[in-house]
Design a protein around this ligand. Sequence first.
Ligand SMILES: [Zn+2]
Ligand SMILES: [Zn+2]
Length: 256
Amino acid sequence: MPVVAGQDRYPLERIMKFRSTLFQFFLPPQCPCCEKFLEEDRQGFCSNCLSEIRWIVPPFCSVCGIPFMSKEIESHPCGACASHRKYFTMARALGTFEGSLQEAIHRWKYEGKTHLTAFFAEWMAEGLNRFWERDSLDLLIPVPLHRQRLRERGFNQALLLAKELSRRTGLPYQKSILQKKEPTIPQVKLSGIEREKGLRRTFHVVEKEKLLGKSVLLVDDVYTTGATVNECSKVLLKGGAGRVDVLTLAHAIKSS
Ligand SMILES: [Zn+2]
Ligand SMILES: [Zn+2]
């Protein structure tokens, strides 16, 4: 049988990830951003990298949550949200997607540093309690990843967050209600309008009865242009959800 290049690659990547997990077990913990070794009892970010994270605080867009530069104004819908319909009611993120947070998310997603999930989920659980009344939400739904992408990466980062968030808040999560059909062209190569076009008919809802009238919190790692979560929200509302909100770990600030 001919060997197809792509077939061999993924098991090898998994072995490498497993080996790096083994090494992490024997070495003192390292900061995921600068790789500085930490004191024995410390986990996650070093104090230097932690202090570099720009946490999102008011004022910010009351719809998409993007922080405003001027601190003198009150939170209100930003220009993009005022001119372009958003299907979700409000999106919130913990920090801006830059510097050490961006670096850590990159390592978590592409270098298999999955032990970071616990830290990220802890921050997101705190954000969930700050931005929403816990009882106003019924269900956590992760933004799905297409099967091919899932094979390449080995995990869906949004699902990891939703699971951990569910454990911390007691809110149930549903990973199969919202599904992704076909792989889209990598989003970084597309403009905002092209992204929206490419996303149409990409997501669909199954098991509608589980969604009926529910207040959904859509979970993802990064809010980039908002095109993905907006499309997911549209599909969820059409599928019977009563309301959709969005919580991400980070919000990209340059592209909006
Ligand atoms: Zn560091
Ligand atoms: Zn906005």
